[in-house]
Design a protein around this ligand. Structure first.
Ligand SMILES: CC(C)(COP(=O)(O)OP(=O)(O)OC[C@H]1O[C@@H](n2cnc3c(N)ncnc32)[C@H](O)[C@@H]1OP(=O)(O)O)[C@@H](O)C(=O)NCCC(=O)NCCS
Length: 189
């Protein structure tokens, strides 16, 4: 539905259950996220049921599937959560599930398309994110997509046996529109 240069974003479907489950229950992916606990099939099904029915303004979030634009292969998911109407802001998240699909430009492109959705479809003013400070690959991708470094919480996450710093970044509508004017798409169909 929303096109970038390498990916498109579409609604998640219940048919994605097996793919999401196998990608998510992988420590190689989840060590970059805050709570690497295994997720059972019923729990994942329940999450997917909520995610597929979610409306950003009623439920405060939206989760979309990321697919390769040419092959329509499922690559991962991206989200805007904690959408706060009063403040017109949301928190961004993303996961490219397989290591072999990382560092190929998909993450940067999907992030840019999700920022486009935030500012052009949802009318938000600000999108922020948190990531482990050690996740320099993520920060580089976010920076290329339009996020800026904001700050650093020291020892704010306990992951894989140690406390790690957490970096925060944000992107404002006015900054994004300077690089891509309102209405202009990131990529074409
Ligand atoms: C983070 C993530 C979304 C980034 O997507 P991606 O498709 O891998 O990233 P891209 O290929 O678009 O861009 C990665 C950039 O980081 C750079 N990079 C890779 N390792 C790096 C490192 N250790 N330090 C600095 N930059 C690094 C790459 O060279 C590339 O930059 P370039 O295009 O200027 O060369 C993806 O890797 C992912 O899902 N990782 C696992 C889960 C995760 O970390 N989620 C985010 C949690 S906040």
């Amino acid at each position: 539905m929303y096109y970038g240069e390498k990916v498109h974003l579409r609604a998640l479907e219940m048919e994605d259950l097996d793919t999401v489950l196998s990608g998510w229950n992988n420590l190689d992916l989840r060590r970059h996220l805050v709570t690497p606990l295994p997720v059972s099939r019923p729990a994942e099904r329940q999450w997917l049921e909520r995610a597929t029915m979610m409306h950003p303004f009623r439920d405060g979030g939206i989760v979309l599937a990321i697919e390769d634009k040419d092959s329509s292969e499922f690559l991962g998911t991206t989200s805007l959560m904690g959408i706060a109407k009063q403040h017109s802001r949301a928190e961004f998240g993303i996961a490219i599930h397989r290591e072999s699909d990382r560092e190929r430009g998909y993450g940067t492109d999907a992030t840019r398309v999700m920022l486009w959705v935030a500012f052009n479809i949802l009318g938000l003013n600000s999108v922020h994110l948190r990531t482990l400070a050690r996740n320099e690959r993520a920060q580089r991708a976010y920076e290329k997509a339009g996020f800026r470094f904001v700050g650093r919480y020291r020892d704010a996450a306990f992951v894989m046996g140690e406390f790690q710093d957490v970096v925060t970044m944000d992107c404002l509508k006015r900054d994004f529109f300077e690089t891509l004017p309102p209405g202009k798409p990131v990529g074409t169909t």
